[in-house]
Design a protein. Structure first.
Length: 76
């Protein structure tokens, strides 16, 4: 029996970042979210492998945006 396809990475925090276009909850783009049901298992796994990097960048960008006027904003 073939393995079940990966479940959606959605964590129900659905808001796209204006700069990157990535969802701040799962890291996918709007197109990737819409295409999820039509992706092959290989496509889903490849995307899932990319999401931690995207989410780390979003977290880093958010930390920089929260910096006050006396704190340097980190470059990404």
């Amino acid at each position: 029996m073939p393995p079940a396809p990966p479940l959606s990475p959605c964590i129900r925090i659905c808001q796209l970042d204006a700069e990157t276009g990535w969802c701040i909850g799962c890291g996918r783009t709007g197109d990737e979210i819409g295409d999820w049901l039509f992706m092959s298992t290989g496509q889903r796994l490849a995307l899932m492998a990319e999401l931690p990097r995207r989410l780390a960048r979003l977290a880093s960008d958010q930390d920089g945006a929260a910096a006050g006027p006396d704190q340097p904003i980190r470059a990404s």
